[in-house]
Design a protein around this ligand. Structure first.
Ligand SMILES: *[C@@H]1O[C@H](CO)[C@@H](O)[C@H](O)[C@H]1NC(C)=O
Length: 172
C-alpha cells in the first residue's frame, strides 16, 4: 500500500512543468475502504477523495490518507501494475504484498528496483495518517513530458480483489 501511495504521490501539467494525475477506483473489497484527501491542487473528488490533481515542481503536497483493510493479507497476496508509458512502452509487473522482495525494472530510465516487502501477514488495520510531501524543485525528466496510463490492483491470497483501479499520470 505504501508503495502504491508513494508511486501516486511521487509521479503526476497542462501548462508548464509539473506532475498531474487522475484515477478511478473500480473495485474495493466490501470490508475495506480508502479515502485520499489532498489539501489543494485537485479539481474534483469522489467517494475515494481528491482526484484530477496537478502540481508544480517544488509544491508542497499535503493531506491525509484514511485506509481501512478489513482482513489480513497473507502470503500469496499480490499487487500488480499494468501501465503503458507514452502509450507504447509496457510497465507491467506483479509483486508479493508481503514476505518477499518486489523486483521490477522501470522502463525509460531502465532502473532496476528491488526492495523488501513487509513480513506476512499484513494485518487488518484502520489507518488515518496525515502527509506533507515536498515535490522535487526540478523536473526529474528535465522537462520532457512522460505519461503513463493503466491499471493497478491488489489481490489477497485467495485471489479475491481487494482494490483495483485505473491511473493516468503525466510528468513533465
Ligand atoms: C531484498 O531487498 C533488500 C533491500 O530492501 C536487499 O538488501 C536484498 O538483497 C534483497 N534480497 C534479494 C534476495 O534480492
Amino acid at each position: 500500500m505504501k508503495f502504491l501511495l508513494a508511486t501516486v504521490l511521487a509521479l503526476p501539467s497542462v501548462l508548464g512543468d509539473g506532475i498531474q494525475f487522475s484515477r478511478t477506483i473500480d473495485t474495493i473489497a466490501d470490508d475495506s475502504s480508502l479515502l485520499l484527501k489532498i489539501d489543494s491542487g485537485c479539481s474534483s473528488s469522489d467517494d475515494h477523495g481528491s482526484n484530477d490533481c496537478s502540481f508544480a515542481w517544488g509544491d508542497e503536497v499535503s493531506g491525509s490518507v484514511d485506509l481501512s483493510l478489513g482482513h489480513d493479507l497473507g502470503e500469496g497476496s499480490t499487487f500488480s501494475v499494468n501501465m503503458k508509458v507514452d502509450s507504447i512502452v509496457p510497465f507491467a509487473f506483479s509483486c508479493p504484498v508481503c514476505g518477499a522482495n518486489c523486483t521490477t525494472t522501470v522502463p525509460i530510465v531502465n532502473q532496476d528496483v528491488n526492495f523488501a516487502m513487509p513480513p506476512c501477514p499484513v494485518s487488518a488495520l484502520d489507518l488515518s495518517t496525515p502527509f506533507d510531501y515536498a515535490l522535487p524543485a526540478d523536473s526529474p525528466t528535465k522537462g520532457v513530458k512522460v505519461s503513463a496510463k493503466g491499471t493497478l490492483g491488489v489481490k489477497d491470497a485467495a485471489g479475491d480483489t481487494v482494490l483495483s483501479g485505473d491511473l493516468t499520470v503525466t510528468v513533465q
